[in-house]
Design a binder for this molecule. Structure first.
Ligand SMILES: NC(=O)C1=CN([C@@H]2O[C@H](COP(=O)(O)OP(=O)(O)OC[C@H]3O[C@@H](n4cnc5c(N)ncnc54)[C@H](O)[C@@H]3O)[C@@H](O)[C@H]2O)[C@@H](O)CC1
Ligand SMILES: Nc1ncnc2c1ncn2[C@@H]1O[C@H](COP(=O)(O)OP(=O)(O)O)[C@@H](O)[C@H]1O
Ligand SMILES: [K+]
Length: 515
């Protein structure tokens, strides 16, 4: 699991080390220089490095790195000082190593273009964790020139003009090929804004770990977490023990959503998938997925329960919403079931997914638990926020958190980066596994099914949600050959087994699973 921290937590963790006289900046600079050398390994003869240096400690990192590149790697490294002041110690080190510092104010357009023309790598060390997401006017031409030059950028600690805690970024901030981050991954590198600019994140150990708070600000599941979390069938498994998921999905208007959600659940390894839908929808579902257990709903049954007590007691999670109009009786009943407002046996499921049409049934009085996951995209999240008297314009992390706090449910906010705000107030999860090819109708229905299967298997809501986002994203990447070609939603469901298998096989511990 990747654990990221905000600026304050990092400063607090650094404090005791700095007080003990640990040379943190020199360690950071050495690591930065090493990564620069790595990036220049296939550069032409006598490559040149240009450091953009601010006046704070981030500038110090860049200037010391340039000095190390000169002293220890005999590379031509010079700097542009991007603030009226400069980091004096770093500047002295670079000058002592024979480097040149060009004050930005002394460079006209032509001279700047000339410097960039000769550069093989730019190190962005204008601002680090002290940075705010606004670019001063005098720096705009510099950033534009670097961007236009196409020279690869290595960011020191985090891309400049990104908020290390929230990820908010100035629109003019420079995208990096790699970010060499010091001591701890910064939360802003995993959140929308910063994540798009960071490139690959390379963490440098500065010995901060034991001083960081036990609780991260943002977490991200990685392959090893999938292997730890994903339940695998064993010799004593039965279809009931693996988890039974019931999906109230699909209507006359949107029958296909049922096929997609059911396929997502089945392909994730649910023990049994029940589908509660009108007969015409069930016919379609059964043609595509004959293993589905159908429960017809419709005229004459609209007021009554679809699953009897015994069946409900042997169902472990529900998915309500894909392909349902807001006034469908299954929505009202499903939300009431998950909110504990229905007269059902104690074993009836209180965990599940509320998606699409079901999100409209949540009002200020709805109290849910963290094992219920709401799965809005941005538009749905904003509509829900208005109904719950939450500012719909909040940045995504705050919006997800506010919706979770207001409902008690876990909120999975879909997007290029999918955020999960746990209903119990636990650390925000941020998953960046997807491809823009997933931006096509119906892929969200598949996600709801994946999540339903994981909840039915017994995973806690926040883990199930982050894991579903990861598996769905990976399946999307497989189905589109890493974003190369278009996909349709059913391709995503069909790629789930391979996505899962590839992650599990990578651990070479296949014999732990079923044989
Ligand atoms: N504290 C430590 O022990 C270590 C810090 N290190 C580096 O130090 C960095 C933090 O250094 P600083 O606290 O000096 O902060 P920065 O170097 O990030 O920023 C310097 C100052 O610039 C100003 N500023 C912020 N946003 C601005 C904007 N948009 N336009 C113009 N000016 C702006 C602020 O006054 C800020 O304090 C880290 O990111 C890391 O790179 C490393 O050397 C490792 C050790
Ligand atoms: N630009 C994008 N990059 C990566 N993933 C995306 C992008 N746009 C959408 N997605 C993903 O595609 C899915 C779309 O879901 P949703 O909007 O609910 O679609 P639908 O309602 O048509 O099923 C979500 O999982 C979302 O995270
Ligand atoms: K930086």
């Amino acid at each position: 699991m990747l654990r990221a921290h905000g600026a304050e937590a990092v400063r607090e963790a650094e404090r005791p080390l700095l007080e003990a006289g640990e040379p943190l900046m020199l360690r950071a600079a050495a690591a930065l220089a090493e990564r620069a050398v790595h990036h220049l390994r296939s550069a032409p003869f006598a490559p040149q490095v240009l450091v953009l240096a601010g006046a704070g400690s981030n500038g110090g990192d860049g200037l010391h790195a340039a000095a190390i590149l000169r002293r220890e790697h005999s590379l031509a490294a010079d700097a542009i000082t991007a603030a009226p002041r400069r980091h004096e110690e770093g500047a002295a080190a670079l000058e002592a190593a024979g480097g040149t510092l060009h004050p930005l104010a002394s460079l006209d357009e032509e001279r700047l273009a000339h410097l960039l023309c000769g550069a093989d790598l730019v190190i962005d060390s204008i601002l680090g964790i002290g940075g705010r997401p606004e670019v001063p006017a005098e720096l705009l031409p510099l950033l534009e020139a670097v961007r236009d030059s196409g020279v690869p950028v290595l960011a020191a600690d985090l891309p400049s003009f990104v908020d290390a805690t929230t990820g908010q970024a100035a629109p003019e901030a420079l995208p990096a090929r790699e970010t060499v981050t010091f001591g701890a991954v910064k939360a802003g590198l995993l959140l929308p804004g910063g994540a798009e600019l960071a490139g690959t994140v390379h963490l440098v150990d500065l010995g901060l770990e034991e001083h960081l708070p036990a609780r991260a600000a943002v977490e991200r599941l990685e392959d090893a977490d999938v292997r730890a979390l994903l339940p695998r069938p064993g010799r004593d498994s039965t279809k009931y023990r693996r988890g039974v998921v019931a999906l109230a999905v699909g209507s006359e208007q949107y029958p296909g959503a049922a096929v997609l959600a059911v396929s997502g659940a089945a392909r994730t390894g649910a023990g049994m998938v029940r589908c509660l839908a009108p007969q015409a929808v069930l016919d379609l579902v059964l043609r595509a997925r004959p293993e589905t257990v159908g429960h017809p709903v419709g005229p004459g049954r609209a007021g009554g329960r679809v699953l009897d007590d015994e069946t409900l007691a042997r169902t472990h999670a529900v998915v309500i919403g894909p392909g349902l109009p807001g006034d469908d009786p299954r929505v009202r009943r499903g939300v009431a079931l998950l909110a504990g407002q229905m007269d059902v046996p104690a074993e009836a499921p209180r965990r599940g997914v509320l998606d699409a049409g079901a999100l409209g049934a949540i009002d200020p009085g709805t109290r849910l638990c963290p094992d219920v996951v709401l799965t809005p995209h941005r538009g749905e999240a904003e509509r829900l926020a208005r109904r719950l008297d939450i500012d719909p314009d909040l940045p995504a992390p705050e919006l997800a958190r506010a919706l979770a706090a207001a409902t008690g449910a876990t909120v999975l906010l879909k997007g290029a980066i999918t955020l999960v705000a746990p209903g119990d107030g636990g650390p925000l999860r941020s998953q960046d596994d997807a491809t823009p090819q997933l931006a096509t109708a119906g892929t969200g229905d598949v996600l709801a099914g994946v999540l339903g299967a994981l909840l039915a298997a017994g995973l806690p809501g926040p883990d199930a949600a982050a894991l579903a986002a990861l598996l769905h994203g990976r399946a999307g990447r497989l189905a589109s050959r890493d974003g190369l070609h278009p996909l349709v939603a059913l391709d995503v469901a069909d790629s789930l087994p391979e996505a899962i298998g590839t992650i599990l096989a990578d651990a070479q511990d296949l014999n732990r699973g079923a044989r």
